[in-house]
Ligand binder design. Structure first.
Ligand code: G6P
Ligand code: MG
Length: 211
């Protein structure tokens, strides 16, 4: 019944969510801000500056825009070091199979990640050519939970939002899919992804015919 499937990247196709966690944790602690997995959950799917603002909100001091940019750059450099050795071994179980299932079913395939490192990560994973369209995060004005990025992907794929299945591991990402008017497949836990239409544990359970 769908004409396109639009995937998130971090935490859905590959576990870069862990690398983001490590890089943000170091940055937060360098500013005297406590950082743990529970807090990190709020950052999933949130763009770089938005994530930094959430972290610095717990700091006792204020930051100039220049200081914020420097901190965001430092985090990104650390993150890029962490992803430098990634390869196809870092694909999450079921990810390639899910992409190939969608392809065989004749549907269009998009990628909607707010990460400015998404193109690099796709290259490292060796799956760039599996996508018909990858949104360039640099042209997106409003990050998730705003629907802009999923709507942009649908438009470029030439498919109406109602005919799209969106796949997300983040609360903000599921909200973005739902406000775009799409069917939301959550990857994670139903207690966390309460807005998703269906939640599965990983793409190993992906079953296109069931949604
Ligand atoms: C994804 C991740 C976020 C990350 C964001 C921006 O949405 O889930 O944790 O902050 O991308 O990534 P970037 O690579 O541009 O810093
Ligand atoms: Mg994600």
């Amino acid at each position: 019944r769908f004409k396109a499937v639009i995937f998130d990247l971090d935490g859905v196709i590959t576990d870069t969510a862990h690398y983001h966690y490590l890089a943000w944790k170091q940055l937060a602690e360098s500013q005297g801000v406590h950082f743990d997995h529970a807090f990190n959950e709020n950052l999933k799917g949130i763009d770089r500056m938005g994530s930094l603002d959430l972290i610095l909100a717990s700091s006792s001091r204020t930051y100039t825009p220049e200081e914020k940019l420097a901190l965001a750059d430092a985090k990104n450099l650390h993150y890029q070091e962490l992803i430098a050795t990634m390869s196809s071994k870092d694909l999450l179980p079921g990810a390639v199979e899910a992409l190939d299932t969608v392809r065989r079913a004749g549907l269009r395939i998009g990628l909607a990640s707010v990460s400015k490192n998404a193109f690099t990560v796709l290259e490292r994973l060796g799956i760039t050519d599996k996508f018909d369209y990858v949104v360039d995060a640099a042209i997106i004005a409003r990050g998730k939970p705003d629907p802009e990025i999923f709507l942009k992907a649908a438009r470029e794929l030439g498919v109406a939002p109602a005919d799209c299945l969106g796949v997300e591991d983040a609360v903000a990402g599921v909200a973005s899919i739902k406000s775009a008017g799409m069917f939301a497949l959550g990857i994670g836990h139903p207690f966390v992804l309460t807005e998703a239409d269906v939640v599965i544990t990983s793409l190993k359970e992906f079953n296109l015919a069931a949604y």
